[in-house]
Write a new protein. Sequence first.
Length: 79
Amino acid sequence: MFGGLGLPETGVLLLLGLFLFGPERLPGMASDLGAFLRKVRTWTKDLGEELKADLGPEVGDLDLRSLHPREFVRRHLFE
């Protein structure tokens, strides 16, 4: 989900949050962030299902990953 966010970067963000918000508020903020991310994930899933239902069955078999510019160039250059 976070791409290039590894263990060192996560540690730096955790320390930064600890210094900015303090140890008392940090767990509550992390919980709120987790709840928000769950809501966003649910919203995007529902939106995708609604779009598929509205646009019809021909959109259901559409592979969106093949339309990504990197994949598009790779497919046309190396095939």
